[in-house]
Design a protein around this ligand. Sequence first.
Ligand code: SAH
Length: 347
Amino acid sequence: MKQYQDLQSMSLADIEQVMLQLGEKSYRAKQIFQWLHKHCIDHIDKMNNIPKHTRKQLIEIAPWCKIQLLKKYKSQKDDTIKYLFTLSDHNIIECVFMKYRHGNTVCISSQVGCRMGCHFCASTLEGLVRHLTPGEMLSQVYEIQKDVGERISNIVIMGSGEPLDNMMSATTFIDTITSPIGLNISQRNITLSTCGLVQQIYQLAKLQYQITLAISLHAPNDDIRKQIMPIAYKYSFEELIKACTYYIQHTKRRITFEYALIEGLNDQVRHAKELSQKLKELLCHVNLIPINEIEERSYESTSLSHAKQFQSILQRNGIPTTIRRKLGEDIEAACGQLRRGYLSQQE
Ligand code: SAH
């Protein structure tokens, strides 16, 4: 019989197929799916309406997805909590819980490490270790929901890793977490952030999810983008914008462009003007991010007054632009900082 990565990674159709092969009733699949993804149980023996022998057969085909809380850091300044989890192969991942007015939000990782190599990002400094399974992505949400004891309503796939470099897990994650018989989180409350893998943006568009696609743009042209994001050598600015246009046409969804302001590099008036010209025809929103300074790199953050000037230029050109509030600054709640900090302490 076919083996699966882990039980939590199986779709409802996968479980139905297995039930069929085991000679079980097909309604069992729904019951099992609900135990895993609605009740978020932590052990297979809690499935008390599933026959023992079926549970035993199931766990032989698909091991339980184990992620274990390793450490938890609570911000003193706001309600942000940062988590480190250990995976079954002892790799460590990080995720963040944030309380916003619009709901409880979890920021999850999609890979251990990352191979995209963005110069300002701590997640990628040691490259990609491995993809996360859909089950490992889901378990981050389930574990945090259990820990805070409140319903999670929003998800951002914006932690370590490039989700579109792990497309299978990302899409299975979205399908499962939005399932009406699972946590039933609205697609509109999910944001997926990518550094701009053009081919995968086309694939995602065809799936017509109602999620928010966020593009880490960080530059108004190829020249600057290449200085900070190696992916810009693979796909030009123009190709990326073309893919975004296609995405908007196909999904009718507004795209968010993330733009981390780095002093002297991409934060000048001329950059704001150039960016405005390139984006003004698009159904989009720009999110300006004060860059989090990481120890390993010398990039400095732009001042708030300068960020506001940058914002006003975009706004004058009709582009809705916000400046992202910093949360959890005192607990290194940014992109791979925490895992890295933890790992280097252990050395
Ligand atoms: N790989 C995906 C998602 C993970 S990174 C992506 O590139 O979008 C999530 C976001 O944090 C991206 O916009 C990324 O560019 C940004 N980011 C990474 N390091 C940062 C830092 N030091 N300061 C501010 N933003 C950072």
